[in-house]
Design a protein around this ligand. Structure first.
Ligand code: G3P
Ligand code: CA
Length: 399
């Protein structure tokens, strides 16, 4: 069964009492010390901040297991069902959420502006006339778009499984959950932290910032405003912000002190802000030492595709690791590659098992191989599997 995932990125006021530069420097130092694979305790700086933050990036276990869109291997993505399950499983961070925006300016959690693939909007005759074809980052896309709906309208929809052919069991939960807003996520994070007696971390991504800014719906200032409102704008906030557009990450660097990650798609791809700004560089340029040094001047990490860490050959089998892990660590950047999934179609060919394309492959073998490169964490749709793989990895390292 083909991977039905659609990827729409290419290829795929400073906080009170602290200057942005001071916070950044402290955190960058932490990143240098943290790279390398140990479980790290609270830094002196983080302890001194008291209970406000998440203890800083150094308090995260390494490799960090990040629940991609929640526990999206088991529940429709970007729902509180998927986010809660990721926490129940023990994920270190929950990617809550990928952020898009409504016509009336509310940030909501969907992987892309087009909502037809992950909601029941097609079953709502009152919204039939909203279906359209638009150009998203240079590519025509047909469907229903978040920015054409008010929040009240979006709240009448329910989430459905994105890849029902690969994950038929998840359709059991179709129609159960609403689209979460980012503000609801920030409240949920605090409620869950209190309830579980453990700091909950979130990893929101700003999706297609140039596309939305051009429509008068800029994401960055709205994200910063909400982070300030919920006191998550500091360097030790239990939040990591991410985007495929470096310009957007640089904007966030000026607005808040929250940790930042630059996502990197395929080597030949160009971030869409670069396309708009006439910057000729591709991801292949950004992963060179000079590109990584520049990223390290405003971000604490990178989120590369797994293929940038270990490329595949024409048959989909893994080749030799690149120098990306070492090069990124050299300039103090953490690496949180994406995305590990248990099902055969999403695994390197080396780790697929049997003939059922939707069955699980040797995902533990794949984790072993990727963890051995020295990555600092990984996004995964199945956090429970990732956590077991980390246990295996640590046992292996200790023996
Ligand atoms: O945010 C890390 C990973 O989620 C990037 O890929 O397309 O799933 O948002 P995507
Ligand atoms: Ca994402």
């Amino acid at each position: 069964m083909a991977n039905q995932e659609s990827n729409t990125h290419n290829d795929q006021e400073g906080p009170a009492g602290r200057s942005a530069a001071t916070g950044r420097r402290a955190l960058l130092g932490a990143a240098v010390l943290g790279a390398g694979g140990a479980v790290l305790g609270l830094s002196g700086t983080a302890r001194a901040t008291g209970g406000h933050g998440g203890g800083g990036l150094r308090s995260l276990p390494v490799p960090t297991i990040i629940g991609h869109r929640g526990a999206s291997g088991y529940r429709p993505e970007h729902t509180f069902g998927a986010y809660d399950l990721a926490l129940d499983m023990g994920a270190d961070i929950v990617e809550a959420g990928d952020l898009v925006i409504t016509r009336d300016g509310h940030l909501v959690c969907r992987h892309e502006p087009e909502i037809g693939g992950t909601t029941d909007v097609a079953d709502h005759p009152e919204f039939a006339d909203r279906k359209k074809t638009t150009t998203l980052d240079g590519t025509p896309v047909t469907g229903w778009f978040a920015e054409d709906f008010t929040l009240a309208e979006l709240k009448t929809l329910r989430a459905v499984e994105r890849v029902p052919a690969n994950r038929p069991h998840n359709t059991l939960y179709d129609g159960r959950w609403e689209i979460p807003t980012f503000e609801e996520v920030l409240r949920w994070q605090d409620e869950q932290t209190r309830k579980r007696g453990k700091q909950v971390w979130i990893y929101p991504e700003l999706k297609h910032p140039t596309y939305f800014r051009k429509q008068g719906l800029a994401l960055e200032e709205r994200v910063a405003k909400l982070l300030r409102k919920y006191r998550k704008d500091r360097f030790d906030a239990p939040v990591i912000l991410q985007s495929f557009e470096p310009t957007s990450v640089q904007r966030m660097n000026k607005l808040v002190d929250t940790p930042l990650v630059v996502l990197l798609s395929g080597a030949s791809s160009r971030p869409y802000d670069f396309v708009e700004n006439g910057d000729p560089r591709t991801v292949a340029d950004l992963v060179k030492p000079a590109g990584l040094r520049e990223i390290a001047s405003y971000a604490q990490g990178i989120g590369p595709t797994l293929d940038l860490v270990i490329p595949k050959d024409a048959s989909g089998r893994l080749t030799q690791p690149t120098t990306l892990v070492a090069d990124a660590h050299k300039v103090g950047l953490r690496l949180h590659p994406y995305t590990m999934r248990n099902e055969n179609p999403f695994l390197p060919a080396d780790f697929r098992e049997g003939t059922d394309a939707d069955a699980y492959g040797d995902v533990f073998g794949a984790y072993r191989t990727y963890f051995a490169t020295g990555i600092d964490g990984v996004f995964t749709d199945q956090p429970d599997t990732g956590l077991l793989a980390r246990e295996d990895f640590r046992k292996g390292a200790a023996s």
